[in-house]
Design a protein around this ligand. Sequence first.
Ligand code: SF4
Length: 263
Amino acid sequence: MSEDRMKRFDEIKLAALNCTACPLAPTRTQVVFSRGDPRARLWIIGEGPGADEDATGTPFVGRAGQLLDKILVAAKIGQNEVFITNTVFCRPPGNRVPTNEEITACSVHRDALLDLWKPPIVVLLGATAARVFLGADRLADLRGQRVERDGRAYFPTFHPAYLLRDPRQKDPAWKDWQLIRDALRGLPPDGGGAPVDPSDEALVASRSLMPYLEQPVMTPEGTGRLVQVFLGRAAVVLDVKPSKVTYFPTEVLAELLTRRRAG
Ligand code: SF4
């Protein structure tokens, strides 16, 4: 199942990389498709690629992307927990707002991705994404709220490029990201998003550890606090002085926590 899904993902990506369906095609350097793991249960959707993204082919690598990465670090959301893309995949010249024609043309790729992976949480960065997905006339009408639609939770918030222009909005933005983090941590380990192939043991183990973030855990080296989960390994701050961060295989910690629950 997971293999079929990845095959379909590759087909959607290939179609987008060769797409000439809207007026943005002739002026782009390259199509900017996505960043991260599409199996992630938290998707982040911005407006469109900027100059740095157009040059590299990767979304959110410029100054706004660096700020987004800092926000994720502060919220203790790992890069392996997010999938990042845009409303349109090609750069609008001069970073103008994409037109309705361009947004509609690109919905073929966007909707195919969402239908395939069914992320339970989608963060909408900026007014364009909020308008496209939720029909909001203004970002201010919905920002800071959790909007349930199409079987998923949407969180409209400021685009990081806007936060660079108006740093006073960083405080309300941080409140939005705390809500987003809490929603992600509140998902059951096997709930929401694309079904996980049980043979993908690293992914199953990583997800089962998510609810224990910031909680005490017993490790083969003593007790500690689980602070970060990656695919295949997890970081624990051990209760020793001076405190020590140690990495354990996720399968080992998941097994220990399951046994403790059963016992
Ligand atoms: S923006 Fe989307 S629809 Fe337009 S050319 Fe690029 S990939 Fe195709």
